[in-house]
Write a protein that binds this ligand. Sequence first.
Ligand SMILES: [Zn+2]
Ligand SMILES: [Zn+2]
Ligand SMILES: [Zn+2]
Ligand SMILES: [Zn+2]
Ligand SMILES: [Zn+2]
Ligand SMILES: [Zn+2]
Length: 418
Amino acid sequence: MGSVSTRASRLDEMEESESVIWSSDDGKSNDVSTDAEENYFSSDVNDESLNTVASLETAIEQVKALVLETEGVSDERKKLVKRLIELRLKLQDVKDVTNDLPPDADILRIVNSHQFILQKQPLHRTAQYCDKCSGVIWTILQSWYRCKGCYYQCHAKCLNQIVRVCQFLKVGNETDFIYNICPEVGLAAQSYKCAECRVHFTLKNGWMEPRKCDYDGLYYCPTCHKNAALSVPARIIHNWDFDEKPVCEASRQFLVLMARKPNVNLEKLNPKLFYFVEELNTVKRLREEIIIMKEYFMTCREAINQKLLRLLEERQHFVENSSMYSLQDLIDINNSSLIRFLDKTHATFLKHIKEDCTTCRGKGFICEICENIEVIFPFDSATHQCPSCHAVFHNICFAKRDQCPKCLRLSQRKNAQK
Ligand SMILES: [Zn+2]
Ligand SMILES: [Zn+2]
Ligand SMILES: [Zn+2]
Ligand SMILES: [Zn+2]
Ligand SMILES: [Zn+2]
Ligand SMILES: [Zn+2]
């Protein structure tokens, strides 16, 4: 159990020797990064032998016993307590995952919160590559794993060297994108090391090309940054720029997994964008009108039977509000597909309320000011709805009054009764 101190001294040795980054004396996990913020679990917890409920429970008992033996506030005790927490978290992870798995429990490995499943089907058509060592995975001959959350895949032999934390877990914990455009700190601030695997860019046997990730502004080695290109949220939100920029593999996974999460309050982040991009106003108007129409469908038996609201199933947040956008929404506004989708949905909803359904049509209004017989609705574009009595008027009719005529009538009646 004295592994904390021996590990620390081994890390010191490795820091001194630039060229030796991954060599390992015991073949076990050789994770260079030990900061808790960089790595959710210390390497000890990623020990290959600690992957079953039984082995973890034994380890927890052992650490508990050690905690009781150590002094009240010593560093050793703090480290043990940290390890105890990590082991308990991992035990919970293993329990969670094994619950949805067949009894054949050997197929699961948990590393850096990835939930790796042993892949049993050999793949013939497409070549598979290891996300750790970049080598080909010979799926017929070699054992390999794929994470069921983020799809990171690697050789079984590379499993214990993984540094990247599961981006699927990160997506669950993080609600915001980085909104600064490519926030670079520079190579010196990174100590000339890859931001993910910490490999030195200055190797004794040649210069390794550092690659900048446009999303987080950090530099990565070619294994951790494969020059994949994606539209970057900060450039979209500040410049309405959808050009695809090179991003590291972790950012690529993160952005792909985040793409459909409605986490961007665009009007709050950059209200001026609505002056420059006409499509945004169209989308905003359609969404606001759809939200009003939704209220009709909540109480209409016919609309419920026809499952009308399910037209918005793929963008559930459009039923809930009109202000939040997902990254994919913004990309689809730019390529016009979202406006086409909203136009079609809006037209279907409108037809139900105004033509097909007597219940919904019966909830329309007659403008009290002009008394025209045309039935109007709060989602019609040239109408105004009184926020207190909910009566609806034509915009031009209401503009001539300083008060809602219905509210005025109601208050006069009240006064007369006094
Ligand atoms: Zn590999
Ligand atoms: Zn994962
Ligand atoms: Zn790297
Ligand atoms: Zn209806
Ligand atoms: Zn009117
Ligand atoms: Zn009113």
